[in-house]
Ligand binder design. Structure first.
Ligand code: NAX
Ligand code: K
Length: 504
């Protein structure tokens, strides 16, 4: 799915109105109906005594008024509270007039706000995508009142006060919603850790926005759900053999961290690689041969760290980093790897200590072969770039980093973001907090290595499929283990089922 800016969302609105030959209040009715049906569905599971709708002066408030009418007609006890304003949008006015007189509708007055019983429900329809500056005055007081109540808040489109696609000045008043329900496409604001407490859980409901407009809209951000990826993983042909899927080389492990190599190796094998060779220091030999008999062990002469780069000519892709350590000899291995992979156009994946080594030897960044895939978590990313002021800034650093180094970079976290050499960002939709556990990143590296070794996949598809399947495998595993009980090996077990769902 594309992620549109607030401005593009307005344009999509207009394009829909024209193409479908409907009035704007009819589009608003669609949005309100979608929201009301969702809310009624939700309320049927949570008996609520009454619904308080707080409506602003624009179309977000218009949505709220239409929802109030629909809930009233469905038999709910509804109260409407209006934010006083000098002007109102035309569709607000239409829906104000359509509100049945039986629905109490009162203008908000400073310091005389309604008491909100914990068992009632708040619908936040004060401001949506039309917010042009932080809230102040009475609007800010209302936000504070809603946030200090113990009543569940359901935000229409955006929690009021939150910008759709730009950072807030610190301490701006924003509604803290339990749930945010938007229309058609997700907003960038939904995906950022700094907004998690404001947006709550979120979903988007279809309202039939013009498909052609969305198709043609130039965007820099995408949200990757199942529909976006299904069919991108080619089926394994009947006459396939292990050569079809590539021979991967993994350089991983150091004394005390051979487990990282084991996890990455297992993930690579479950990811469908044809053959896997693993380079560990000598201390890893027996462990690897025992724990992962399917992989070939090519041990380093040194006991505790990798000190020599093997000959690369038989490999389709190389991954380096899990449990690697940061021994000075290993830096040389990384340096040679970058150089030789560049010359041979060999796909590379860099993770963990390989990234930390890049951070301390930044001159190596200029040696990255084109289309190299890096998988930092935010702290590792900071070592490669600089400290971000906020989540939006971090995303801009990611875009710039990928452009500058012609690389793909996976910034790991909830909604893991993949940056591309073109400066596009793809946000992943799978995964759960249980995956914040040791070894989870090693599993991702191994899986990505398998997909990069498969020459049938583009670098972009390999990265997107790997990130998505990794998260999905974690979700499938958590259904059995619970989030707290989830360990990295559980993710590995579900890589196969997760990939199977994406096959062409
Ligand atoms: N594009 C879509 O997909 C659809 C959008 N709809 C709704 O329309 C909303 C957008 O409506 P609008 O563009 O009218 O915008 P809003 O309703 O978000 O707010 C606009 C109004 O707020 C005022 N305003 C902006 N910032 C303010 C501030 N800091 N303090 C006080 N007043 C402020 C503006 O002057 C204007 O009167 C969406 O969020 C959504 O809820 C739906 O009705 C229909 C479909
Ligand atoms: K809102």
């Amino acid at each position: 799915m594309k992620i549109l800016s607030a401005e593009q969302t307005r344009a999509a609105d207009q394009a829909t109105i024209q193409a479908a030959n409907i009035r704007s209040d009819q589009l608003m009715e669609r949005a309100a109906t979608a929201f009301s049906e969702w809310l009624i569905n939700h309320l049927s599971q949570n008996a609520a005594s009454e619904v308080h709708l707080f409506c602003g002066p624009g179309n977000n408030g218009g949505d709220g008024l239409a929802v109030a009418r629909q809930l009233h007609l469905s038999g709910y006890a509804v109260h409407v509270w209006l934010l006083p304003a000098a002007t109102h949008s035309p569709d607000f006015i239409i829906n104000r007039q359509r509100l049945p007189t039986a629905v109490p509708c009162v203008e908000l007055v400073s310091k005389k706000f309604p008491t909100l019983a914990p068992r009632s429900i708040i619908v936040d329809a004060l401001f949506g995508t039309g917010l042009s500056r932080p809230l102040e005055g009475l609007a800010a007081e209302v936000v504070q009142h809603l946030n200090s109540s113990e009543t569940a808040v359901f935000a229409i489109d955006l929690p009021s006060g939150l910008f759709a696609d730009a950072p807030q000045p610190p301490d701006s008043p924003v509604v803290r919603a339990q749930h945010t329900v938007g229309f058609e496409l997700p907003k960038l604001a939904y995906l950022l850790p700094q907004n998690a407490q404001l947006v709550g859980t979120w979903e988007v409901l279809p309202i039939g926005l013009n498909k052609e407009f969305i198709h043609n809209a130039p965007v820099e951000n995408y949200f990757v759900d199942t529909n976006f990826l299904v069919g991108r993983l080619p089926k394994r042909p009947k006459f396939a053999h292990k050569g079809t899927f590539g021979h991967a080389l993994l350089l991983a492990g150091s004394f005390g961290k051979i487990g990282a190599a084991v996890l990455a190796a297992r993930a690579c094998l479950h990811g469908g690689v044809g053959l896997l060779t693993v380079r560990t220091p000598a201390v890893g030999y027996i462990i690897l041969q025992t724990a992962v008999p399917e992989a070939m062990a090519l041990t380093d002469p040194a006991s505790d760290f990798i000190t020599e780069l093997p000959d690369l000519k038989s490999y389709a892709a190389v991954g380096i980093g899990p449990g690697l350590g940061q021994d000075p000899a290993t830096v040389e291995v990384l340096r040679q790897l970058l150089q030789q992979a560049h010359e041979a156009s060999l796909p590379l994946i860099l993770d963990a200590d390989a990234l930390n080594l890049l951070g301390t030897h930044r001159e190596l960044l200029d040696q990255l072969p084109p289309n190299t895939l890096l998988t930092p978590h935010p702290k590792e990313f900071e070592r490669l770039t600089e400290r971000a002021h906020n989540d939006y800034h971090r995303l801009e650093l990611l875009r710039a980093f990928c452009r500058r180094h012609t690389c793909y970079c996976v910034l790991k976290g909830a909604y893991t973001a993949l940056g591309t050499p073109e400066g596009l960002l793809y946000f992943n939709s799978t995964g759960n907090p249980g995956m914040g556990t040791g070894g989870s990143g090693d599993v991702l590296t191994g899986l990505l290595l398998a997909l990069r070794a498969d020459q049938r996949l583009s670098p972009l598809d390999a990265a997107l499929l790997g990130i998505f399947a990794h998260g999905h495998a974690g979700d499938l595993a958590a259904q059995q283990t619970g989030e707290a009980g989830l360990i990295a090996s559980d993710i590995v077990r579900f890589i196969g089922p997760a990939l199977a769902g994406l096959e062409r």
